[in-house]
Design a binder for this molecule. Structure first.
Ligand code: IYR
Length: 222
């Protein structure tokens, strides 16, 4: 069976009990993921980062345009440059741009303008969203749902990092325009997330917070 441009779906039915088991095991694994700001500088092989990017890049995307570029940086000078620029923006954000309502919800998380993770973590992965695509003939065309697509890709990347036993942090220095300049990306690429990746520091801490219950996050109509 084949029809132009389509191939049969590669899919295998699982027994009910196996489905339940896999579903719960995945939840238990995902529920152990924590965001930490405290990274060890221990080496992480490039191959692991490459595989995590390939996991992120399996995400569904608008019109299958895959509108993302993952820029992975281990170069120490470049990381230092990014940290300096991020901290300059963040100092302004924390001291002038952050309204009180925002400060109120951030306060328990203990964040501030000091971004040591930018130089401590062995890898900084910056996810760029492509608002346009370059056709094969060089012409520029639109992309579709690029924010949604990149959000999904980021989630899959984060899960891959957790699943391989490393930690990451979704850092959003704001505004992020400086990353396009430092990392030499074109105008139609927009930095969306900064993801330091590595082993946690030995004394890594995380906020003492809990996740919402199923009842709080969902409504079912049956
Ligand atoms: N971008 C800043 C502030 C910040 C904002 C939110 I919303 C957070 O959940 C955490 C931090 C920063 O990265 O510090």
């Amino acid at each position: 069976m084949s029809s132009d441009g389509f191939v049969p779906l590669d899919w295998e039915e699982l027994p009910d009990a196996e489905m339940q088991k896999k579903a719960l095991e995945l939840f238990e694994n995902m529920n152990k993921r924590r965001t930490t700001r405290h990274f060890s500088s221990r080496h992480v092989p490039k191959e692991l980062i490459e595989t995590a990017i390939m996991c992120g890049s399996t995400a569904p995307s608008g019109a299958h345009l895959q509108p993302w570029t993952f820029v992975a940086v281990s170069n120490q000078e470049l990381k230092a440059k990014m940290r300096e620029a991020a901290e300059a923006e963040e100092r302004k954000t924390y001291s002038e741009r952050m309204p009180e309502a925002w400060q109120e919800v951030l306060q328990p998380l203990g964040t501030d303008a000091v971004k040591e993770h930018m130089t401590d973590a062995p890898w900084i992965v910056v996810l760029f969203r492509q608002s346009k695509r370059i056709r094969d003939n060089g012409e520029v065309g639109p992309t579709y749902y690029s924010t949604e697509s990149c959000g999904i890709a980021a989630g899959m990347f984060i899960h891959a990092i957790h699943n391989m036993g490393l930690v990451t942090l979704t850092h959003t220095p704001s505004p992020m325009g400086f990353l396009r300049d430092i990392l030499d990306r074109p105008d139609h690429e927009h930095a969306m997330l900064v993801l330091p990746v590595g082993y946690p520091a030995e004394d890594a801490m995380v906020p003492n917070i809990s996740r919402k219950s199923l009842e709080e996050v969902s409504i079912f109509f049956e």
